[in-house]
Design a protein around this ligand. Structure first.
Ligand code: SF4
Length: 364
């Protein structure tokens, strides 16, 4: 196993990212082989349990209510709908279901109780359960842990410096606070970001500093390539070159040797050769299924054909961390507190977000 360091500097990370390509690939593949089975890739299915209508202004997101996109919103799915989808995902080879709700933060009440029931249901199917529900308090993290949640996803998105150019409705520190709340429970942390949002290389390195200096480092780090959706403030940004994606994956692998590095949004823009380079550079997790919340993703059959071609095997559930036990609602130690935490609302103006909002208002 490699030594896990929590004191990476931005310059050290930039030096790794900018190495000659073959040297970077070789070093990342070496670290990968020391810490993981290089022929095993974890497969997750992302399920949008509540779509659209989000009050936040994330500049990359088609689910923000203020932008005019083609996303059709829906209310929270029922537990039986989620169970049916989870069973389908399991049959198709997924070991994890990640449920996403377009909320700013979790509110105690009937909807959160319904999500807790979804977590119990999927854990009982012997699948890893992950949720991404926005900001949560420590008590809510404990309630999710009791229900049997395996992982909580809360992406840092980008560097602290560039965050102000992407989102104005919350601050970078709010993200760190939620991750800290998750860490106080026994739920594992999934946190990563997006490249291709117009950020500088220093911002990519800055995000990796923030993630790698967490102690412990996140168990899972998704690396997304921006999917530029019509109507969002970032609609006109060009796709990132595959070389940037491979460099980002390789750098993440080297500085977070034990973490599962996930190829997430943007895979439809990548060739099989490109994805194979990412697996060689240390990516060992993907999202499967033809939709990633609301943006397109390769279909399961295509992915399984790629696995066959590359000799990859899907990772079994609970290979890295053992299965959490589900506590039934009536035996819960953590009652709803009805907390109303004051998350930050920086409220500064981001020109491209304002322009997209104005355009949306004009077309309504
Ligand atoms: S990324 Fe999440 S928080 Fe941001 S607008 Fe989209 S759904 Fe809302």
């Amino acid at each position: 196993m490699s030594e896990v360091r929590h004191n990476w500097t931005k310059q050290e990370i930039l030096d790794i990212y900018n190495k000659p390509f073959m040297e970077l690939l070789y070093e990342a593949a070496t670290v990968h082989r020391k810490n993981h089975d290089p022929n095993t890739v974890q497969v997750s299915t992302l399920l949008s349990i509540k779509t659209g209508g989000c009050p936040e202004d994330c500049g990359y997101c088609p689910q923000a209510a203020r932008y005019h996109t083609n996303v059709e919103g829906n209310d929270l799915m029922s537990v039986s709908q989620v169970k049916a989808q989870a069973l389908r995902a399991k049959t198709a080879g997924s070991s994890r279901v990640c449920m996403g709700a377009a909320w700013r933060n979790v509110k105690d009440g009937p909807e959160f109780d319904q999500v807790l029931e979804m977590v119990r249901t999927i854990n009982k199917l012997d699948m890893e359960v992950c949720c991404t529900l926005g900001m949560i308090t420590e008590n809510q993290a404990h309630r999710l842990a009791e229900a049997g949640l395996y992982a909580y996803n809360h992406n840092l998105d980008t560097s602290e410096d560039y965050y102000k150019d992407v989102i104005s409705t919350r601050a970078f520190k709010d993200r760190l606070d939620t991750i800290d709340n998750v860490r106080k429970s026994n739920v594992t942390v999934c946190s990563g970001g997006i490249i291709g949002m117009g950020e500088a290389l220093e911002d990519r390195a800055g995000m990796l500093v923030a993630l790698s200096t967490l102690d412990p480092q996140p168990e899972s780090v998704p690396i997304n390539a921006l999917v530029a959706v019509e109507g969002t403030p970032m609609a006109d940004l060009p796709p990132i070159p595959i070389w940037d994606m491979v460099r980002m994956v390789a750098t993440t692998r080297i500085i977070m040797p034990e973490t599962q590095v996930r190829l997430s949004a943007g895979r439809t823009q990548m060739s099989r050769e490109g994805q194979a380079m990412c697996f060689f550079a240390g990516a060992n997790s993907i999202f499967a299924g033809d939709k990633l919340l609301t943006t397109p993703n390769p279909d399961v059959n295509e992915d399984m054909a790629m696995f066959k071609l590359l000799g990859l095997n899907p990772q079994k559930a609970f290979t890295k961390v053992s299965q959490p036990q589900t506590v039934e609602a009536e035996d819960s130690q953590y009652a709803a507190k009805g907390e109303k935490p004051k998350w930050t609302r920086p409220g500064h103006t981001i020109d491209r977000n304002e322009a997209a909002k104005k355009k949306a208002n004009l077309t309504e």
